[in-house]
Design a binder for this molecule. Sequence first.
Ligand code: PRT
Ligand code: ZN
Length: 212
Amino acid sequence: MSKLKIAIQKKGRLSEKTLLLLQECNIRYPNGGDILKSESSNFPIELLFLRDDDISKYVAANLADIGIIGENVYREAKQEVDLIEYLGFASCRLSLAIPRHFEYKGLSFFQNKKIATSYPNILENFLYKRGITASIEFISGSVEIAPSIGLADAICDIVSSGSTLMANGLKEVEKIIDSQAVLIANPRLSIKKKKTLDELTFRIKAVLKAKE
Ligand code: PRT
Ligand code: ZN
């Protein structure tokens, strides 16, 4: 199989812009409702529609050749995949937030505290480098609710407008990383697939450049 397999998010914050980017690269494909796999009619590529959390695993395991995910997920996953290109959409940041009424004077706030997050690896690394010891509580979603139900003292989660934090009585106090959608690839592609990826990357760069 020499067609390049690209894993993209089936439904969520990345889906629409990912499909739009492929269209802008002049890649045509059938798309509709419950299709989980689709082949382009004018480019040697096959689309796989998956949950974003699974994409880097699929790419690392060679079940897909390339993929589009949030940089936050890429950095958390610790999979052996290459970051090929920053795509400039789905911008957000991963931040630490605490209950609004607490005074915040610096990172020492988090010493011996409990922090809820879906990003334990990024958070652990961030705290370790700054000499902070905290207990990390992994939860897979609705992280913002953790302090108000007594599960944690603080949270580390994705922030975009900040309105979810505000609605849950929290305030952002430290940014850990900025994030945007990224194109990732398996590091050991065949020469033929690498050529297709180079062509795709060339087109993506042109599309992004035209938007500057
Ligand atoms: O179902 P699947 O697992 O595929 O999707 P998902 O629900 O895990 O992910 P999804 O679609 O919510 O997000 C996909 C990617 O979009 C993330 O990995 C980020 O890279 C990026 N992104 C950009 C965001 C946001 N903006 C964002 N605002 N991901 C999540 N959020 C959340 C945030 O955590 C908060 O709870 O949206 C909420 C609202 O944010 P505010 O600050 O605008 O209120
Ligand atoms: Zn997800």
